[in-house]
Design a binder for this molecule. Structure first.
Ligand code: HEM
Length: 399
């Protein structure tokens, strides 16, 4: 069977392709990726939780290639245990629920300001949910946490989008590659200068705390701090944007779920959980075999790329009955949206926390908020990695 994640039809709607893979060849060689793609839930869990056999060390190099803004060191997402633990231990302190809850009022304010912004740019009671709200919201939150200049939030958003587009670099022309290079250079230059400034004059922000923190009596080097800040900016930006954009993009598929959550706000977290299962913003992760392995009857040689298809795992009927149905009452435990195992997303609480604030704010401020397009008309980002609408015009009525 042929499977090409670079295929434009796949990137617009991967789910029929996943269904076919799970039914016919759940571990399949992909010529374009030069690796094995894994589609069934159980196999994906095996790959993600077994870091002895499936290493993360080439994750970043595969995703960003020569466009990595800080290639001298690998970010934690691309390190295996035990090295991985050093940065993870240091960084995750800032992501504990009790720390994040302190940000609630600021996040409320950011979402209120962005609703004002969306209304101010709207025409005929219509604005673009993807750009006028969802794109700006998480980047403003993470800018607040990192202590970076909020007036540059649109630049950050473009830089992160362009950098992540490096995953499609094999099929881009020189002009597009130049944009990606510019994004990579801009991120590096910005954070390099910022780390110098915060080393001189520490503030009450995450970057200053990374500069000063010690793990086992050792400080992070300048390039490690730059690398960590860029990882958090990437992790904290596109993913939650696509969660919110993707949520609204599915509105006409299951309006009753939105109506229920609007009427009973205690259902908002479950609306988000089911959305995270149904339309995961990160669709694939990469590992490399450290030795020859046999996965679901397929022998994979040593040092071979393995791509786990998270969107497929979340729609595996063996794990989630009637997986295409958006069901507010579903038990979503075990979904693969935030990965599994040692690299389980460090921002999972933050993303759900901030997204719930945003959804409640949208319900509070708009009595009607619905896309002009049906789900099948939505145009999705050209990517096998990130999934979110490129643009999403919505019609609103103020509450
Ligand atoms: C809906 C939103 C999000 C999704 C779907 C998501 C998804 C993921 C996934 C699938 C992984 C696992 C990577 C792997 O196993 O190789 C991951 C890791 C990570 N995420 Fe997220 N993420 C989200 C939000 C965030 C936010 C808001 C932040 C922080 C600001 C963040 C920071 C990270 C970091 C630092 C890692 C690496 C953890 C490690 O290597 O130990 N993520 N994320």
């Amino acid at each position: 069977m042929q499977f090409d994640p670079m295929n434009a039809d796949f990137q617009q709607n991967p789910y029929p392709f996943y269904d076919e893979l799970r039914a016919k060849q759940p571990v399949v060689w992909s010529e374009s990726m030069q690796g094995f793609c894994v589609a069934a839930y159980d196999d994906i869990m095996t790959v993600l939780t077994d870091s002895d056999n499936y290493s993360s060390s080439k994750f970043w190099p595969i995703l960003l290639g020569e466009y990595d803004p800080a290639p001298e060191v690998q970010p934690m997402i691309s390190l295996d245990p035990p090295d991985h633990l050093r940065t993870r231990t240091l960084a995750q302190k800032a992501f504990l629920p009790r720390e994040l809850k302190k940000l609630e009022i600021k996040i409320q304010q950011i979402s209120d300001d962005l609703v004002d912004h969306a209304i101010s740019v709207s025409k005929d009671n219509t604005f673009d949910m993807a750009w006028d709200f969802a794109a700006l919201f998480p980047v403003s939150v993470i800018a607040e946490m990192l202590g970076i200049d909020k007036s540059l939030r649109l630049d950050f958003k473009h830089w992160v989008d362009n950098l992540l587009a490096a995953s499609n670099r094999a099929i881009y022309d020189d002009a597009r590659l130049a944009e990606i290079k510019h994004a990579s250079d801009s991120l590096r230059a910005y954070f390099s200068k910022l780390v110098d400034e915060r080393t001189e004059n520490p503030g009450d922000d995450m970057i200053s705390s990374f500069i000063q923190a010690e793990v086992n009596g050792e400080r992070l080097s300048k390039i490690e701090v730059i690398n960590l800040a860029i990882l958090l900016l990437i992790g904290g930006t596109e993913t939650t944007t696509n969660l919110l954009g993707g949520l609204l993009a599915g509105y006409h598929d299951h309006p009753e779920a939105f109506a229920a959550a609007r009427a009973d706000r205690s259902l908002v977290p479950q609306l988000l959980e089911e959305q995270l299962r149904w339309q995961p913003p990160v669709q694939s992760l990469f590992r490399h075999t450290t030795r020859e392995v046999v996965l679901n009857g397929v022998t994979i040689p040593e040092n071979t790329m393995v791509m786990t298809l998270l969107g497929s795992a979340n729609r595996d009927p063996e794990k989630f009955p009637d997986p295409t149905v958006f069901d507010l009452k579903r038990d979503v435990r075990g979904y693969c949206t935030f990965g599994q195992g040692p690299h389980f997303c460090m921002g999972s609480f933050l993303s759900k926390f901030e997204a719930a604030i945003a959804v409640n704010k949208l319900f509070d401020r708009f009595k009607v908020l619905e896309p002009l397009q049906q789900p099948e008309e939505v145009r999705w980002i050209d990517s096998y990695f990130a999934r979110g609408p490129i643009t999403l015009p919505v019609r609103y009525e103020l509450a």
